[in-house]
Design a protein around this ligand. Structure first.
Ligand code: NAD
Length: 248
């Protein structure tokens, strides 16, 4: 029972924050979850929080095509199935003002956030088409930063705007296979990614948020649930802002 009963869901960046919450919500809704993070131990720590099921943890680097292809192979071996639901939540920040940013910090963020999202969309897309599944939902986690920009985030905002363009294109290419592809733009969400933001900046941001508070990882996970489930069966190529009204 549940909105995702019987489905295999692949979640990247699942060892922490939003990805971890997505695993918990999806497992509660009946999905079998492939919990993926850069290191297997962090993926395992999320796995331990899930309700009973055939869920499994994997270590994989989304920015490396060999690692991503190996992961899809492992899923086929372990579950005899390809994931009909995928959430790309793996992501990093390397914040610096543009005038001070190194080429390495720019490249690294583009590599993980944009290329990593591309590689997983491609690998899952190929596997779904080969399996003749005829349905699937891919959810890419972008950011409000990619829409409006954010001081110190030329690399990150560019990667997240790139994820939107990628999402809309993959949706156009994969629609004829019954595969839906959408992006979520979270606002300011309380996770390990944002827990070092200085308090005065948090107070300033709160004043800009109509709902007057930061978001919780579960609130992004619930939006993912909508896009993963049949409740969004006619929704593809779109972006959903989950930001408490920040910068609509
Ligand atoms: P987080 O740092 O808590 O979790 C990110 C996870 O991604 C970590 O577990 C990390 O190990 C994993 N990861 C990093 N590089 C990886 C790689 N190469 N391969 C596989 N896994 C890798 O961050 P979060 O706040 O949960 O963010 C999740 C997603 O949401 C990210 O894409 C982030 O950019 C996006 N986002 C977050 C916020 C926010 O306010 N927290 C806002 C907008 C968008």
């Amino acid at each position: 029972v549940g909105l995702l009963a019987g489905r295999l869901a692949l979640v990247t960046g699942a060892g922490s924050g939003i990805g971890k919450a997505v695993c918990q919500v999806f497992a509660k809704e009946g999905a079998t979850v492939a919990v993926v993070d850069l290191h297997a131990d962090t993926a395992n720590s999320t796995l331990e929080t899930l309700p009973k099921g055939d869920h499994q943890a994997f270590g994989a680097d989304v920015s490396c095509s060999a690692s991503v292809n190996d992961l899809i192979g492992q899923l086929k071996d372990k579950f005899s199935a390809v994931p009909t639901v995928t959430v790309n939540s793996a992501g990093i920040t390397r914040d610096k003002l543009m005038l001070k940013m190194s080429e390495e910090d720019f490249d690294e963020v583009i590599r993980v956030n944009l290329k990593g999202t591309y590689l997983v969309n491609q690998a899952v897309g190929r596997a779904l088409v080969e399996s003749k599944a005829k349905s699937g939902s891919i959810i890419n986690i972008s950011s409000i930063s990619g829409k409006v920009g954010n001081v110190g985030q030329t690399n990150y905002a560019a990667s997240k705007a790139g994820v939107v363009g990628l999402t809309k294109t993959v949706a156009k290419e994969m629609g004829r296979f019954g595969i839906r592809v959408n992006a979520i733009l979270p606002g300011f969400i309380e996770t390990p990614m944002t827990d070092k933001v200085p308090d005065h900046l948090i107070q300033m941001t709160k004043m800009l948020i109509p709902l007057s508070r930061l978001g919780k990882p579960e609130e992004i996970a619930n939006a993912c649930l909508f896009l993963a489930s049949d409740h969004s069966s006619y929704v593809t190529g779109t972006t959903l802002e989950v930001a408490g009204g920040l910068f609509p």
